[in-house]
Design a protein around this ligand. Structure first.
Ligand code: NAD
Length: 295
């Protein structure tokens, strides 16, 4: 039987609607409008598209976009001064610095300069440590989206075998921490893992975050498994056009898996929805309010 397709577009739209409702209540009852500052340095076309999409989603959720677009030539000291100003600005509840940054700027220094309570990307070392030690944290958006999608078909991940392929700081490691926090038995596989196919075949939940088109084959999938495909890879398509595929060979895997995310339309739309969730959570925490109920 063909796998259930986990519809990230629909699930993210529902989540964004719930965030917008909560933002409306916050404004009506407390006069608070969450503000998100997205900082873009330079003119990387892909980054410009991401930032535009983020600002649109922020506005649609009833939040205030406080974007800052800076020239490519800006110095590290100037960017750090801007981060200081955003940290001190009470209208700014969330700060996101779009990566990559130009060569003269050390991204780790910039991330570490963000107030951890406004760090809606969840990349600050304090939030990384909080996630690892099981304390309340702002959690990276794509991993959070993966867990929400997995839980739509596996409401409890407790005791399940989870395999994450990829150990990046933005996806692989944090998603593994979230699975562990949900009581899954977690294996992190990577480019040096031996017999990756056999490791994957153990997985009740398989999360692929590799960056290699259709790398995970159908016969690596345990029958009935839940497969979350994080990959976004552009490959040549028909008529000289390109198309986007994931890290999983979708057609093959769908024939074996119990449920699977499509690419596009799976994890991708969840990332922006989770950015809105984090901005709302940060706003509530900064105002001494309980975490919003988004169900
Ligand atoms: P990355 O390059 O930082 O990390 C890739 C990881 O894959 C590494 O840890 C590496 O060990 C592992 N890997 C590479 N080759 C491998 C191999 N042959 N066998 C096993 N493991 C291997 O990438 P990333 O930033 O984690 O992103 C991964 C993918 O997810 C990319 O396609 C990226 O575009 C996509 N992504 C999507 C979203 C989204 O919103 N949907 C967000 C972030 C990243």
């Amino acid at each position: 039987m063909a796998a259930h397709i986990i519809d990230g577009k629909k699930i993210s739209a529902g989540l964004r609607g719930n965030v917008a409702d909560a933002v409306h209540r916050l404004k009506r009852d407390r006069g608070i409008v969450p503000g998100l500052a997205v900082v873009l340095v330079g003119n990387n076309p892909a980054s410009e598209v991401y930032v535009r999409n983020k600002s649109k989603a922020v506005t649609e959720a009833g939040m205030r976009p406080l974007d800052r677009h800076l020239p490519d030539s800006i110095s590290e000291a100037e960017l750090l001064a801007l981060i200081d100003a955003l940290n001190a600005d009470a209208n700014v509840n969330g700060i996101l610095v779009q990566l990559p940054l130009p060569r003269q700027i050390d991204p780790q220094k910039v991330i570490a300069a963000i107030d951890p309570d406004k760090d809606v990307d969840g990349f600050h070392p304090l939030n990384v440590g909080r996630l690892g030690s099981g304390s309340p944290a702002l959690v990276p958006c794509t991993p959070l989206g993966c867990i929400i999608l997995a839980k739509t078909v596996r409401p409890s991940l407790a005791g399940l075998e989870a395999v994450v392929i990829g150990r990046s700081n933005i996806v692989g490691k944090p998603v593994a921490q979230l699975l562990l926090a949900a009581n899954a038995t977690v294996t992190i596989a990577h480019s040096k893992t031996r017999d990756l196919a056999a490791v994957c075949r153990r997985a009740d939940v398989l999360i692929a975050a590799i960056g290699q088109p259709e790398f995970v084959r159908g016969d690596w999938i345990k029958p009935g498994a839940t497969v979350i495909d994080v990959g976004i890879n552009r490959v040549p398509g028909e008529g000289g056009k390109s198309r986007i595929v994931g890290d999983v060979a979708h057609a093959e895997a769908s024939a074996v898996a119990g449920a699977i995310t499509p690419v596009p339309g799976g994890v991708g739309p969840m990332t922006i929805a989770c950015l809105l969730v984090n901005t709302l959570r940060a706003t509530c925490a900064q105002n001494g309010l309980p975490a919003p109920n988004l169900n």
